[in-house]
Design a protein around this ligand. Structure first.
Ligand SMILES: [Zn+2]
Length: 68
């Protein structure tokens, strides 16, 4: 995997399920105030693998299967 995708503003992201919507940086001059990861995601997911793992660690729902 490469890191060629640059962070995007919210309005630049495609529909949910296409690009990672994890906020990676504050940028006050943009609408919403954040830049988003925008890496490709697996079908049906909101976050890329990396950020999916991060969010799962932070607030893993009870009984949710672990993905390794
Ligand atoms: Zn991401």
């Amino acid at each position: 995997m490469s890191d060629t995708n640059a962070p995007k503003q919210l309005y630049e992201l495609g529909p949910i399920g296409r690009e990672c919507r994890f906020p990676v940086a504050e940028q006050h001059e943009t609408i919403g105030g954040f830049l988003f990861c925008a890496k490709p995601v697996k079908l049906g997911l909101v976050y890329c693998n990396h950020h999916h793992d991060l969010s799962a660690v932070k607030g893993r729902p009870r009984g949710a299967p672990r993905q390794n």
